[in-house]
Design a protein around this ligand. Structure first.
Ligand SMILES: Cc1cc2nc3c(=O)[nH]c(=O)nc-3n(C[C@H](O)[C@H](O)[C@H](O)COP(=O)(O)OP(=O)(O)OC[C@H]3O[C@@H](n4cnc5c(N)ncnc54)[C@H](O)[C@@H]3O)c2cc1C
Length: 405
């Protein structure tokens, strides 16, 4: 036997110490991004703990669509910044993230849908995001396989076209951020389950894990679908309901779909990977829960709704289907920042169905908050206190197939 490649670990192993400055719970894209940007800011005494393997939560199950064509004055600048960071992240990390900016079309099937898309496009333009409204003819040029026949229940009248939107390779992002964080001094501890969190006096925390207790000044909750269970360890109730979200892929096909397409009315989106598989996703399941088993009703809904737009795929076979957990807030916006009365307990969660694209901006902002002690303007609207203050964001362009119409 001989080895073709030299085995170089992506990150080092460390014994778990009993004290760090910052403990990040959750080694998904958000926990690792926070660790990476903390390292860039010179904060080195950092541990990321995850009860499974790194990137094995929602970050392993994402369809990894990246875009900035949001709706609200709070959401658009934040996701625009995140897209900008993603555009240079591969170079920053010196790691190929396979970011394909193939362009994204949000399709309109009714007059009211087109009105909603028009409004969103204008907000995008006003806030510096490259989006424009296009008619059905241009949709056909960009997606030749789309079915524009008249008389259908969901005819395609036009679309919001967002050229910089695209798709990234999710595991490459996790590995790149993990190895970047390691290089900058963070310790990554997979298979380390947090079982309790206790406050020591006014400014320190003890994080209890199955590998030992850790004292720290700052704890970051970056656990997505489980963030409310972690918050309950410090007697904090988050306005989160966890839902399963499902997706599937077809067998590999010849290149035929060169953009990502999404329909809010049909609750479905799709794109084709470099391997030729068509990835199909949609809205969360209609019931909350923690099951990550895929279901037949979700598969039937996703495929039948996609065939309404792309009937040429009717013979394609489904290769895989999977589910992940989404921590949904009532206003479709994340929870980032410190918590009143709990100094050093920081939230980076509430990422619902839209969090992968947000990871660089969220990691950078949360790291800046930890390093400087004050919440950056970019995330000032996303704190938990907005629910007490009645200042909800209502980011209806957040879900992959959000219905703003
Ligand atoms: C099917 C699907 C499709 C999606 N598509 C998109 C998309 O196209 N674009 C997009 O932007 N977003 C998408 N999302 C959402 C996106 O994947 C998530 O928002 C994002 O991955 C969340 O990352 P995270 O790091 O916060 O959480 P995760 O990746 O879930 O990481 C959290 C980690 O916390 C760990 N953890 C939990 N409890 C404990 C504990 N007690 N102790 C230690 N560790 C613990 C878990 O093991 C897990 O690894 C999709 C999600 C799903 C499920």
């Amino acid at each position: 036997m001989f080895r073709l490649f030299k085995k170089t670990p992506m990150w080092r192993r460390h014994p778990l110490r009993d004290s760090y400055d910052v403990v990040i719970i959750g080694g998904g894209v958000h926990g690792l991004s926070t660790a990476y940007y903390l390292g860039k800011l010179g904060v080195k005494n950092v541990a990321v703990v995850d009860r499974g393997y790194l990137g094995g939560g929602a970050s392993a199950r994402t369809t990894a669509i990246i875009r900035a064509n949001y709706l609200t004055p709070e959401g658009i600048p934040f996701f625009r910044h995140s897209l900008g960071l993603y555009e240079k992240l591969a170079q920053d990390l010196n790691f190929n993230l396979m970011f394909s900016q193939m362009g994204r079309l949000d399709l309109g099937h009714t007059e009211s849908a087109m009105f909603g898309l028009h409004m969103r496009t204008e907000f995008n333009k006003a806030l510096g995001v490259n989006s424009r409204l296009i008619g059905a003819d241009e949709v056909k040029k960009l997606v030749p396989i789309i079915d524009l026949r008249k008389g259908k229940q969901f005819p395609i009248l036009g679309a919001m076209y967002h050229p910089p939107g695209g798709v990234i390779r999710h595991d490459a992002v996790v590995w790149g951020l993990g190895s970047g964080a390691d290089r900058l001094g963070a310790e990554l501890h997979p298979h380390t389950n947090v079982t309790a969190i206790e406050r020591d006096g006014s400014s320190a925390w003890t994080v209890r894990t199955d590998k030992g207790d850790i004292r720290c000044k700052t704890v970051v909750n970056a656990t997505a679908g489980w963030c409310s269970t972690i918050a309950r360890m410090v007697e904090l109730d988050l306005p989160i309901v966890t839902y399963p979200l499902e997706a599937c892929v077809t067998e590999p096909l010849k290149p035929l779909l060169h953009r990502t397409i999404s329909s809010a009315n049909l609750h479905v989106y799709a794109y084709q990977t470099d391997r030729g598989e068509v990835v199909i996703g949609g809205a969360v399941n209609p019931y909350p829960g923690y099951s990550v088993r895929s279901t037949l009703p979700a598969l039937q809904t996703l495929t039948s709704h996609l065939l309404e737009m792309l009937p040429c795929l009717r013979e394609a076979r489904i290769l895989r289907q999977w589910a992940g957990l989404c921590d949904m807030t009532p206003d479709y916006a994340p929870l980032m920042g410190e918590v009143d009365g709990m100094p050093g307990f920081i939230l980076n969660c509430g990422w619902g169905t839209w969090g992968f694209k947000a990871a660089p901006a969220a990691g950078e902002s949360v790291a800046t908050l930890i390093a400087s002690g004050s919440r950056p303007d970019l995330i000032k609207h996303f704190g938990l206190e907005r629910f007490a203050d009645g200042r909800l964001v209502n980011e209806r362009a957040a879900a992959p197939a959000a219905a703003i119409q």
